[in-house]
Design a protein around this ligand. Sequence first.
Ligand code: SF4
Length: 219
Amino acid sequence: MNDNFKLDNYTRPKLELPNGADNLLLHSCCAPCSGEIIEAIAASKIKTTVFFYNPNIHPVDEYEIRKDENRKFCEKIGFNCIDGDYDKDKWFKRIKGLENEPERGKRCTKCFDMRFERSALFAFENRFRAFATTLGISRWKDMNQINSSGHRAASRYKEIIFWDLNWRKFGGSSRMIEISKREHFYQQEYCGCVYSLRDTNRWRRKNNKERIIRGIKFY
Ligand code: SF4
């Protein structure tokens, strides 16, 4: 881990894993959501591995951009970043019938469940005692929905707990943006799946805004 990250730079107190856990698997959805969390964890000297498992992201070139941004930042901090599989066929199968659900609805619950079940399995197989996700830091997300999925996934293994810290607190939300700007992270303009791309573009059309052009916008 890179030693440049010191707690003095943070308004949050030193972070500690719950239940005496000594290592963390951090499911990450993208670089902008994970930047602040990764730095805060690094400053608290928590032994952490990042797990990028997001088969929801569509299309594949968007997936590769988001993954690469995340990988590069992990390298900079000195965190190991595991590349989970791009199980897109399984993802489409899992959310079948929920294609027209709104964001934060039932489709998103299934999407979180799938990503966290895989994270919990990886944590179990690789002897991590705790897992967490970066998804909850975004104000676009329903934190209760995310935490319920996280706890459900962790409950499959008695050895593992889901760390449901509120990452938005202690300046987390604003630092997330500051770090994204400092690092010039890729700025995705929709949640990730093909349906969120469709719905965001529909909203834009209705509000006389231009369609999303992927791959060009950076903080
Ligand atoms: S809107 Fe986002 S969280 Fe919901 S299903 Fe699509 S990618 Fe998953």
